[in-house]
Design a protein around this ligand. Structure first.
Ligand code: ADP
Ligand code: MG
Length: 247
């Protein structure tokens, strides 16, 4: 990864995965500037489970995409440990995503012509120290669905295959954008339980974007956004298991 470009290198903060400073993202739409992020400051701690809440259009996805190296900011700084993502080139961002980040989106993006195991294997084949696809699927409770095709699985099961695919490369961080957005209540809970279990057992730093304030209690910290700004950061004393949450 390209080293930080300023003259004075900033030391990585111990225990901090992402250090975000004065982060701004402006989209130019014709003559109009859309300010998706306005001077956001945030540290994300190693191993924490963070939930990001906020209405539609408040900048949640923009923030997550920048953290995951899918997008770059207009100004400000993002560091992952001592790697500066702000000025990294495409190749460096691609390496960063491949080696460190698991993404989960609202839609599962599985390849329909491949089985669950083959969908996971696609990723493990290009990873440095992957777990076997069978083990990843076992972890999400799908050890008995290895040879099913996506069309033969429920929505919740497909999302769990997507999670298996993301965790199989043992990413340091999981970035989840509305992971239960397309799922019913019960299935959504199962998916959240899997994310919580991965965070607890593998120590994966996890950020989950949601519309659903009801799941905030499962987090270590809850970040609330509005109009491109963080308006609140709440620390939970204890984490409530998703199984016990009601919404
Ligand atoms: P959220 O995920 O909280 O719904 P987003 O981060 O997707 O919010 O969007 C924040 C703001 O930036 C919105 O006003 C949205 O319309 C705008 N925006 C997001 N992506 C783009 C883009 N690629 N081009 C132009 N505007 C965008
Ligand atoms: Mg969004």
């Amino acid at each position: 990864m390209k080293p930080i470009s300023s003259n004075a290198p900033i030391a990585a903060l111990p225990g901090v995965s992402f250090h975000i400073h004065h982060l701004t993202k402006t989209y130019r739409m014709g003559d109009v500037d859309v300010r998706a992020l306005q001077s956001v400051d945030l540290d994300v701690y190693d191993g924490e489970f963070m939930v990001i809440l906020g209405p539609s259009g408040s900048g949640k996805s923009t923030l997550l995409n920048i953290l995951g190296g899918l997008d770059t900011p207009t100004s400000g700084q993002v560091k992952f440990h001592d790697q500066d993502l702000t000025h990294a080139h495409d190749a460096a961002l691609t390496r960063f995503r491949r080696d460190y980040v698991g993404f989960i989106f609202q839609f599962y993006n599985l390849i329909p012509s491949l089985t669950a195991k083959e969908n996971v294997a696609l990723v493990t084949e290009i990873s440095r120290s992957p777990m076997p696809p069978e083990a990843a699927l076992e972890l999400v409770g799908l050890g008995d669905r290895l040879n099913h095709f996506p069309a033969q699985l429920s929505g919740g099961e497909q999302q769990r295959v997507a999670i298996a695919r993301a965790i199989a490369k043992r990413p340091e961080v999981m970035l989840c954008d509305e992971p239960t957005g397309a799922l019913d209540y019960k299935t959504g809970k199962v998916v959240l339980e899997v994310l919580e279990q991965v965070n607890r057992e593998l120590g994966t730093t996890t950020i989950v974007i949601t519309h659903n304030a009801g799941i905030a209690d499962m987090a270590d910290r809850v970040v609330t956004m509005r109009s491109g700004e963080i308006i609140r950061i709440q620390q939970n004393e204890t984490r409530v298991s998703p199984a016990e949450l009601e919404w």
